[in-house]
Design a protein around this ligand. Structure first.
Ligand code: GDP
Ligand code: IMO
Ligand code: MG
Length: 432
């Protein structure tokens, strides 16, 4: 078994970075296949934390190749900054170790400005985006007016296409969103940066589908690192409160150029409770003291934006939907330690919608917002579990909770995380 996809089974921030880092020890190639620097993946190794946004989470292991594939959107300045910060911390990320697809689309200043301007329009229009320009960059890709990193090889063409694209965006920014002419980006200013991007990034550029094809043909172990989570999927999430790409396992094939049958395993990341950052329905959200307790104990503040995450009980309907949509065969359950000391643990098994009991997530976000969770109660556990490394050593209450989660979700846990550090992990089933 050589090709494994890791996907977030909830609303993002499930601990994908930690688990990818852990599994990367035995992988050859780690690939980001969608999204951009809206992601924030935290790894902790020997109590030292690293926050990654675009660079794949295998980068701390020497000798592994990291790939940012064609389905991603890349903010060149953000990527260069991330490379510089890692280099400063002694993590080598030269072009021999990090490869970036020449087909990945470029996030330009107008995309960030549009993202922020739209979000500032008032509460009705707000999605609570990360403000990184992700949506507008994917819009340009779909509208076939986007610029790709490979075009940095031909700056004359880059300039011509930029001129055309910028006319429309600057019209929106000034006429619709009221920005002054001096505040909007100019072709000259972007071209100045583009020269720097071209010089610094050209050595990293590759045909990413070709690289994946060769690695697969050579029997290499490949790990696909999802960003965000299934409930934020553009097609299958809580639209319109979603991101603009596909975090579902199908996104691996599109975003990396991998044939569907090439995936051997899909590992679904599940936080032992639920969090969401940004707007949109969250049926199991806890507004009072209990929500605050989870936020504090789990340090639930965004890695990318620092925003407090909304917290709630585990939603088995959301996880089961992710299992079904992605063909998840095992779960990796993270942050079980955060539940320590709670007298009672709850899992939503159904919703009540307009007086009816349902066992699925409705497609419409307004319907989902009206859903009231129907809970099952499980006894909590008192002991500190962060030092436990074997499933059998977990308190019986914690095991019962995990068993029930696996049963409701339709996939058993292969890995349980009991702390942020790489070492704080119980491995039940190994892929590599
Ligand atoms: P990602 O976006 O899915 O990679 O997740 P984030 O890194 O945004 O958020 C997960 C946070 O939880 C990070 O700060 C991790 O260091 C931390 N974390 C991961 N696993 C565990 C765990 O088992 N226990 C605790 N207490 N923290 C964890
Ligand atoms: P990781 O990879 C959690 C959310 C935003 C917002 C919505 C759209 O760390 O799990 P966008 O900027 O993508 O247009 O915002 O998606 N969002 C995330 N939430 N984790 C993430 O990534 C997220 N990336 C985007 O908060 O609600
Ligand atoms: Mg995150």
């Amino acid at each position: 078994m050589t090709i494994v996809a890791i996907v977030g089974a909830q609303w993002g921030d499930e601990g994908k970075g930690k688990v990818v880092d852990l599994l990367a020890e035995k992988a050859d190639l780690v690939v980001r296949f969608h999204g951009g620097n809206n992601a924030g993946h935290t790894l902790v190794v020997d109590s030292v934390a690293y926050a990654l946004h675009l660079v794949p989470s295998g980068v701390l292991h020497p000798g592994k190749t990291s790939l940012i594939a064609s389905g991603t959107v890349v903010d060149p300045d953000a990527l260069l900054q991330e490379i510089a910060e890692l280099t400063d911390r002694g993590v080598a990320v030269g072009p021999d170790r990090l490869k970036v697809s020449d087909r990945a689309h470029v996030i330009l200043p107008q995309h960030r400005l549009l993202d922020v301007a739209r979000e500032a329009q008032g509460s009705d229009a707000r999605l609570g985006t990360t403000g990184r320009g992700i949506g507008p960059a994917y819009e340009d890709k779909a509208a076939r007016v986007g610029l790709r990193l490979g075009e940095l090889r031909r700056l004359d063409d880059f300039r011509r296409r930029l001129e055309r694209a910028l006319v429309e965006k600057n019209f929106l920014l000034t006429k619709l969103y009221g920005m002054a002419d001096l505040q909007v980006p100019s072709v000259e200013a972007i071209m100045e940066r583009a020269k720097v991007w071209a010089e610094k990034l050209k050595p990293y550029l590759v045909d990413s589908a070709e690289l994946v094809k060769r690695a697969s043909a050579d029997g290499r172990r490949i790990l696909f690192e999802g960003a965000q989570g299934v409930q934020l999927d553009l097609d299958h999430g809580t639209y319109p409160f979603v991101t603009s790409s596909n975090p579902t396992a199908g996104g691996v094939c599109v975003g990396a150029g991998l044939p569907p049958r090439a995936l051997d395993h899909v590992l679904g990341l599940v936080k032992a409770y639920t969090t969401r950052v940004g707007e949109g329905p969250l049926p199991t959200e806890l507004h009072g003291e209990l929500g605050e307790r989870l936020r504090k104990a789990g340090r639930e503040y965004g890695t990318t934006t620092g925003r407090p995450r909304r917290c709630g009980w585990l939603d088995a309907l959301a996880v089961r939907r992710a299992v079904e949509l992605c063909g998840i065969d095992h779960l990796a359950v993270t942050k079980l330690d955060v539940l320590q000391g709670l007298p009672e643990l709850k899992i939503a098994t159904h919703y009540e919608l307009d007086g009816r009991r349902i066992d699925f997530m409705p497609a419409d976000a307004d319907d989902l917002a009206r859903c009231r969770p129907v809970y099952e109660s499980w006894p909590g556990f008192e002991a500190d579990i962060s030092k436990i490394r074997r499933l059998g050593d977990l308190p019986s209450e914690a095991r019962a909770y995990l068993d029930r989660l696996g049963e409701l979700a339709g996939a058993p846990p292969a890995l349980i995380s009991v702390g942020p550090d790489r070492e704080e992990t119980i491995v039940v089933h190994q892929y590599f």
